[in-house]
Design a protein around this ligand. Structure first.
Ligand code: SF4
Length: 196
């Protein structure tokens, strides 16, 4: 192994960084885990605890949402797993751990966006516009792709030009309703994705 005298400056820095990465943090006088917990306690001090359930999948992990009143508005401070839940015992999967983003993400799209055919720009539209557009497109697609009989003459009455995918935030009732609606349109390609 090369002595320190033989090391280039770059090798010395690399060796130093590797050594720091594997050294116990307590050896440096820090306990980051405790510091993180203290920071969280400070953040939610005096907050109201609201119990809820993760909306993403059928595991049904329990959540605690911490809220605070601020100038007449309810502010969501943090969401974490409920340690008293026999289902998740305080843990959350990576998706559930981001559930706060459902409410507070700066990147959340809050208004319908529409991109006209052949264009690259998204435009903000109101709900009346997008619902009418959706209904018109569904009707046109169904009219154009409806199959009353298959090649063997069997009556099938199906719409082959559309597919439907449910999402993880669906409740059982929404999933039931969506399936009924799609079946009534003759849609045969129906799928449910619990992890989207
Ligand atoms: S998405 Fe993750 S945190 Fe949410 S209920 Fe399912 S397993 Fe639990």
């Amino acid at each position: 192994m090369a002595s320190t005298a033989d090391l280039t400056r770059r090798q010395l820095l690399t060796a130093g960084a590797a050594g720091l990465a594997i050294a116990p943090l307590s050896a440096l006088g820090f306990d980051l885990h405790e510091a993180k917990k203290a920071q969280q306690r400070f953040r939610i001090a005096g907050a109201k605890e609201v119990h809820s359930v993760c909306p993403y999948c059928a595991v049904g992990c329990s959540l605690i949402a911490y809220t605070k009143e601020d100038g007449g508005k309810t502010q969501l401070l943090q969401i974490e797993g409920d340690p008293d839940s026999p289902v998740n015992e305080g843990t959350l999967c990576p998706k559930g751990a981001t559930s706060m983003q459902l409410a507070v993400s700066a990147r959340r799209v809050e208004k319908p966006l529409y991109r006209a055919p052949g264009t690259a720009q998204w435009q903000e539209k109101d709900w009346d516009f997008v619902l009418d557009k959706l209904a018109a497109n569904i009707k046109a697609t169904r009219d154009n792709t409806f199959v009353a009989q298959d090649a063997s003459g069997n009556v099938v009455n199906r719409t082959e030009g559309m597919a439907f995918a449910g999402g993880a935030a669906f409740s059982s009732e929404e999933g039931y309703f969506a399936t009924k609606l799609m079946r009534s349109l003759g849609t045969v390609y129906i799928e449910q994705q619990a992890r989207v």
